[in-house]
Design a protein around this ligand. Structure first.
Ligand code: DLZ
Length: 162
C-alpha cells in the first residue's frame, strides 16, 4: 500500500529494463477523470522515460472501472501488445457499489493475465475519498500510473527473458 514509506513513483526493487522494443495497451476509465487523467499521464510518461515509442502505446478509454477488464481484453485481441495497463479510480460511496466494482475489476484483470499469458496490470486506485486518490495520482504518495507502467515493463522483460 502507498504511504509515506512507499512512494508509488519510486522504483523500489531492482532496475527497470528498457522498453524500447515493447508494445503496450492502456485501458483507462472515464469515471473520476480528474484522477484517471493523471494516472494516464504518469503511466504514459513513465513508459516513455524507459524508451517505449509513442507508436507502440495504444490508449483506449472505457466508461468506468467495471469495464476495464473487457476494454483491456479487446485491446489485447485487436493489437499486438506485450502488456495491457488498466487505470481507474474507485472511490468509496454510501452504497456497496465500491465493493462490487473493486472485486469484479481485480478478479477480471487477474483472470485475463492467466488466460492470455500476458501481463494485465492492476492500476486501480481504490480509496475512501477524493483526497486519498489525489495523493496517489501525482500527489504526496506519487502516482499509481507510474507504478503500473514500471510493473508492466518489468513483467514484459520477465516474460521475454524466459
Ligand atoms: C457506477 C459507478 C460508481 C458509483 N462509482 C464508480 C467509481 O468510483 N469509479 C469508477 O471507475 N466507476 C464507477 N462507477 C461506474 C462503473 O464502473 C460502471 O461504469 C457502471 O456501473 C456501468 O457498468
Amino acid at each position: 500500500m502507498s504511504s509515506a514509506l512507499h512512494n508509488l513513483s519510486h522504483v523500489h526493487n531492482g532496475e527497470v529494463p528498457s522498453a524500447k522494443e515493447m508494445h503496450f495497451g492502456i485501458a483507462v476509465s472515464e469515471w473520476n477523470t480528474e484522477i484517471t487523467g493523471k494516472l494516464l499521464t504518469g503511466a504514459y510518461s513513465t513508459l516513455q522515460k524507459y524508451e517505449a515509442k509513442e507508436k507502440n502505446i495504444i490508449v483506449k478509454w472505457v466508461p468506468g472501472s467495471f469495464e476495464l477488464p473487457l476494454g483491456a481484453q479487446l485491446i489485447a485481441e485487436s493489437h499486438k501488445v506485450d502488456a495491457v495497463i488498466c487505470l481507474g479510480c474507485v472511490i468509496q460511496g454510501e452504497t456497496r457499489h465500491f465493493d462490487f466494482i473493486c472485486s469484479a475489476v481485480s478478479t477480471g484483470i487477474m483472470q485475463l493475465s492467466l488466460a492470455y499469458d500476458l501481463p494485465f496490470i492492476f492500476g486501480l486506485l481504490t480509496t475512501n475519498n477524493m483526497q486519498q486518490a489525489q495523493d496517489r495520482a501525482g500527489g504526496k504518495y506519487g502516482n499509481k500510473g507510474d507504478e503500473a507502467a514500471t510493473s508492466a515493463i518489468k513483467m514484459v522483460a520477465m516474460q521475454q527473458g524466459l
